[in-house]
Each structure stands twice: as structure tokens, then as C-alpha cells.
Design a protein around this ligand. Structure first.
Ligand code: ADP
Ligand code: MG
Length: 259
């Protein structure tokens, strides 16, 4: 039984159907990429998994370790160890970066402690601060960021590095990363890929939504690439599929006939 199972998932927003009978299975330790044209529903899928209130699920289910999570609130899903790295991270003024992460980490330790044996317990603020500094360094961010508000005034690239830094710190069981590489220079793409590689080693189930083969080339493991169009997965394959898409675009897949 795969750790994350999505069966027959359909969802709409304001009555407009976006997800259409979508199937996806991701086991622990697996990395899946989702590619696909703009507007195909990739971010919607990420948001629906996380429980964004704007979307209405009309059929199907999302199971984590066999348990349907669609009835859970977003914070309950987060406590199960589901993490969403946003395509467009929000700036939250007034919420201190390190304070936020320390609270989130401690909450996860309480809820996941028994499931993830290697979670460290940091007894002091100073210990946690050192842990944050290490992870910041790993994604190429300066420790000075810890004194700022969450994402406030971060550049586009800093926000993307920050998203995967938060992921590294929190050590989720399931990570959905929505275009973690968009708008990044080559060094930043490498740093983001390295962060994902670190999470792979923890045995998390990982979904990377991207438009580019480049980040996928840096991933230490890639089990499947899925092409999404019109709210469903139309084709799946291995690494070669990303290269083929980069070369030929989506036209050859006949996505227009997908209805
Ligand atoms: P992708 O991430 O693949 O580019 P999205 O999931 O963002 O696609 O969007 C899929 C479709 O859903 C698009 O047609 C988009 O306009 C529509 N959509 C997404 N969010 C909203 C919203 N809040 N209101 C109306 N339509 C939306
Ligand atoms: Mg999107």
C-alpha cells in the first residue's frame, strides 16, 4: 500500500471542474515529478491535498497510510507530516522566521515523534538556532534571515530557497513542492535540488511540480514523471520523459484530445 494514495480525485472551484478523476500513488522514499502545461491543475492538486478551503472535492479520496485525510483541516494534515512548498510563498509580517519554525517543529515532534524516530529534541532556543543555521547554510541563506519576518522582503529566489529550508527543518513525511525551481538561477536550482536530496534520505514521499528537466537532473532519485493536463495524469514515465518534453514540448502528446 503506497504511503500517499490519491484515487479518482475530482475537485472544483466556484463550480469550475479543475481536477478530473486523478490517480497518483507515492510511496515512502519515492520521488515523483509532475509536469504539464499552465492551467492543467498542478497547483490545484497541491492545494487540495493540503486542504485549501477554496476548493470543493466532488469525488475520490486522498489516503495517507491508508487513512482518508479529506475530512481533516489543514493544520491536522500538517500535523500528519504533510508539507506544501508554495509556488508563490506569502509574506507574513509580524511572524518571526525562527519563532515560527521552532513552534512548527515542536508541534510536529509531538504529533510525529513515535512515527519518525530520528527526530531530534531541541531543549533550548540556542540549540534550535544552531540547527536552523545549519539548514540555512545548506540552501545558501545567511543566518541574518532568522531575525526577519516570514518571507517579508525576501527576493523571489530567497523565497524559494526558504521554502525548501523550512522543509529541511521540519522533516515532513510527505512533501509537495510546487515549482520550487521557478525563476531561480542555476546555483539556486542546485541548492534546491540538494535540499530535496537530503529529504529523500529521510524516506519521505516527495512530489516535485516543475516545468523544467534541469532540476530533475540534479535529483539523486526520481521514480516517476507524470504529465498532467486538464486535471488528470495523462502519461507517466522515467527520466527520459522530462528530456523528451523539454525537447518537443507538449504538442506531440495530443493533450488537446484529452476530453
Ligand atoms: P497549474 O498549476 O497547472 O498551472 P492551476 O491549478 O493553478 O494550474 O489552475 C488550474 C485551473 O484552475 C486554471 O484554469 C485556473 O485559472 C483555475 N483556477 C485556479 N485557482 C482558481 C481560483 N481561485 N479561481 C478561479 N479559477 C482558478
Ligand atoms: Mg501552478
Amino acid at each position: 500500500m503506497p504511503f500517499l494514495e490519491i484515487h479518482g480525485l475530482s475537485a472544483n472551484i466556484d463550480g469550475k471542474e479543475i481536477l478530473n478523476n486523478l490517480e497518483l500513488n507515492v510511496d515512502r522514499g519515492e520521488v515523483h515529478a509532475i509536469m504539464g502545461p499552465n492551467g492543467s491543475g498542478k497547483s490545484t492538486l497541491a492545494n487540495v491535498i493540503m486542504g485549501h478551503p477554496k476548493y470543493t472535492v466532488t469525488s475520490g479520496n486522498v489516503l495517507v497510510s491508508g487513512q482518508d485525510i479529506l475530512g481533516l483541516s489543514t493544520d491536522e494534515r500538517a500535523k500528519k507530516g504533510i508539507f506544501l512548498g508554495f509556488q508563490y510563498p506569502t509574506e507574513i509580517s509580524g511572524v518571526g522566521y525562527s519563532h515560527f519554525l521552532r513552534n512548527a517543529y515542536n508541534i510536529l515532534n509531538k504529533s510525529l515523534g513515535s512515527q519518525q524516530k530520528d527526530r531530534e529534541v531541541f531543549l533550548t532556543v540556542r540549540e534550535f538556532h544552531e540547527y536552523l543555521k545549519k539548514n540555512l547554510g545548506d540552501v545558501g541563506l545567511d543566518p541574518a534571515f532568522l531575525g526577519r519576518y516570514l518571507n517579508e522582503g525576501f527576493s523571489g529566489g530567497e523565497k524559494k530557497r526558504s521554502e525548501v529550508m523550512q522543509m529541511l527543518v521540519l522533516k515532513p513525511m510527505i512533501a509537495i513542492l510546487d515549482e520550487p525551481d521557478s525563476g531561480l538561477d542555476i546555483d539556486a536550482v542546485k541548492a534546491v535540488a540538494e535540499a530535496i536530496n537530503q529529504l529523500i534520505n529521510t524516506g519521505a514521499a516527495i512530489v516535485v511540480i516543475t516545468h523544467y528537466a534541469r532540476i530533475l537532473r540534479y535529483l539523486a532519485k526520481l521514480d516517476n514523471i507524470h504529465v498532467m493536463a486538464k486535471g488528470r495524469i495523462l502519461k507517466s514515465g522515467g527520466r527520459e520523459l522530462a528530456e523528451e518534453l523539454e525537447e518537443k514540448g507538449y504538442g506531440w502528446l495530443g493533450l488537446e484530445d484529452a476530453d
